[in-house]
Design a protein around this ligand. Sequence first.
Ligand code: TYD
Length: 341
Amino acid sequence: MRILVTGGAGFIGSHLVRRLLRNGHFVVNLDALKYSGNLANLEDVKSHPHYVFAHGDICDQNLVASLLKEHAQDGVINCAAETHVDRSILDPGAFAKTDVVGTGVLLEEARKAGVSRFLQVSTDEVYGSVESGHSTEDDRLAPRSPYSASKAGGDVLALSYWTTYQFPVVVTRGSNTYGPNQYPEKFIPLFITNAIDDQLLPLYGDGRQRRDWLAVEDHCAGIEHVFLHGQPGEVYNIGGGNERANIDVAEQLLAYLGKPKSLIRLVQDRPGHDRRYAVDCAKLKRLGWRPAVSFERGLKETVEWYRTHESWWRPIKSGEFRAYYEAQYGKRLSGSRGVMG
Ligand code: TYD
């Protein structure tokens, strides 16, 4: 198929582009190359005969329309998004713009162009904090951060296109994803790269929040599977089945790196911090997908990737990231304490 992937230079997007090319599809990658979009993520496929890169924003209606026309796309997979909860607290407007308005532009242009399939990459965070049990696709949406609220906006907007226009939309709600090429603002790559440099690891609150960790390869396999086999108008959860408390993940990655637990600092909590996310993936399993990567193996390989790819993350951490890190963690770390007391 000829597929327009948006946000293909980002973390999940770049793994997805590579996978789709490997599986014989033609891919046009539309990416705005904002702070976390990075063409280095696609260095190995940039000359692939079935790959085209287009630099631009999903909010740019004319550009989206002309790309769809020029490349006669069979399908669209929307990975383009602002994704980091902490940044959404600092700058909520950017999230509403890309994650809601941008998704709306893509949907409308894809519908007008007669695209035969549209997959919206959403997130399990739209269900809000889940104190017990597992979210199913029919559960009420209760997002609690500007990030998850914006993603929920894009998610239900996409579904409305099926109800209203019978435009064949499918939605995936993936859990916390980790792996190579993840921008080091997120928990796992931030902690790995800080630990490599013997820098403190800022653990929010009591460190007992829980997430369900999903290897990026498993997430992309789920997206591809839903794109090819999902029922139009349906939502599919994608989860790794690896629920862990943050503090346990921090200790595990320190152990892999041979670094001391004393690097962990308990710092002031994130405002509105969701305590737990957990998804029920029975629906996608019935469709034939299963996660293949154990958390132990996936985390070990991810640690190894960051250990051996300093040339990828050092330039990132020395650029715009520095000001962000100072704003986000400077005060927090100066008032922090170790987990030992
Ligand atoms: P994150 O990677 O930001 O994903 P999300 O908030 O979307 O789940 O964070 C994962 C968990 O790690 C979350 O409970 C917040 C926590 N966390 C920290 O304790 N310290 C940090 O510096 C970061 C970035 C996250």
